[in-house]
Design a protein around this ligand. Sequence first.
Ligand SMILES: Cc1cc2nc3c(=O)[nH]c(=O)nc-3n(C[C@H](O)[C@H](O)[C@H](O)COP(=O)(O)OP(=O)(O)OC[C@H]3O[C@@H](n4cnc5c(N)ncnc54)[C@H](O)[C@@H]3O)c2cc1C
Length: 433
Amino acid sequence: MHYVVLGAGPAGVVAAETLRTADRAGTITLVGGEPEPPYSRMAIPYFLTGKIPAEGTHLRKAPGYYDTLGIGFRQGTAEGLDTDAKRIAFADGSHLHYDRLLIATGARPVRPPIAGLERKAVHHCWTLEDARNIVTLAEPGSHVVLMGAGFIGCIVLEALAMRGVNLTVVEMGDRMVPRMMNPTAGTMIRKWCETKGVRVLTSTRIKSLQSVAAEKSRGIFGFLRRKEAPRDSDTIDVELDTGEMLAAHLVVVCAGVKPNTDFLEGSGIRTDGGILVDRYMRTSANDVYAAGDVARGYDFSTKGHDVHAIQPTASEHGRIAALNMAGHNVQYNGSLQMNVLDTLGLISSSFGLWDGVEGGEAVEVVDHDAYRYLCLQFKDDVLVGGTAIGMTQHIGCLRGLIQAGTRLGPWKERLRRDPMRIMDAYVAHSQMA
Ligand SMILES: Cc1cc2nc3c(=O)[nH]c(=O)nc-3n(C[C@H](O)[C@H](O)[C@H](O)COP(=O)(O)OP(=O)(O)OC[C@H]3O[C@@H](n4cnc5c(N)ncnc54)[C@H](O)[C@@H]3O)c2cc1C
């Protein structure tokens, strides 16, 4: 039996390891699409801040680790998949046959259609290579513009600020982390960042990125530029839709991601904003499974399928997929929308249906001065979603009650009167369980 695991991120690596445990004799090939050993994108911010070297991002650090497990590791970018012939075609012209295949190719950053995005000092923050480029340019005192304040953007924001750069964040939504935080919470995070010296522009779009040379030849932007902006030949002029021009040594683009599914065109594998999988992580093609950021896994809070682009979900997808590939019959319990952010020391989190449900009820407590916020979303007497800022002690309880789908009974009314009793509610129900 030849198992091929396409993609060497957390989903792929956990899958390869699980396959080895479940099938001692099978041949396992793990394929990575980048010229690096398998690594964790989640560790990139620690590399950016200098806490770890590039090797610190590697998912497994022991020398010869994959060889010892009998896992063959190779690099290659898949360009096509023939599910009848069970053959993967790679960009270098080579092919690989599989008996069972796991697609764990993750996602890649979206490139918004903005003129000048190809400039040298413009980078995404997705790969280790991106991170190395950012480290070179994000020196203390340099001017950096960060496009996008979503989940990844906010993680990168923290790392850039810790590098001592002059940071301006440009977010087209009306608040920070709009897909994770409601207006009260997103605005609170913005104000917090501003107190820490980061300039945050919401409801603002970047129109174009121009080099100084281009600007000189046109000679029209000088009067709009911020006075403190640096000027040298490497500077990029960032044109905003407000008319303002920002000069930057580096522009980091965090404008969302999309799943790496292009190579599946013509393969017959069904996709819809991600590969469609069943509860066993099977795709629509025989002997082909999918896991991680590329897959729309089961979401137990909505009972539908969605991409939950976080590492714990990717690893669990990989584990379940591998067990099924090796002949076990294991259903994936499902994941929950779950995001926890540390933004310059302010911890925010949202879980499940944090934005509420039709016919549901919400309660909230907010202390703007102390940067504390708690919002609970109910459907009948079940807590279906929640948002917390500045209250780390409540995060586990919030998640626990949502994840368990606990019927709160009389505790619903108590929480409606005082949402801060979330921990008491959790303890009361843990004792009943
Ligand atoms: C800066 C940053 C910070 C993050 N912080 C957090 C965090 O704090 N917490 C959290 O839970 N998540 C975080 N994430 C998200 C997390 O990294 C992803 O959810 C996780 O990496 C998904 O794992 P994956 O294995 O599905 O995909 P990936 O890690 O993206 O791995 C995909 C693999 O597939 C390969 N590949 C892609 N296309 C092809 C192809 N055509 N052929 C062959 N190989 C291919 C890639 O090279 C790679 O090896 C962060 C991400 C970034 C970028």
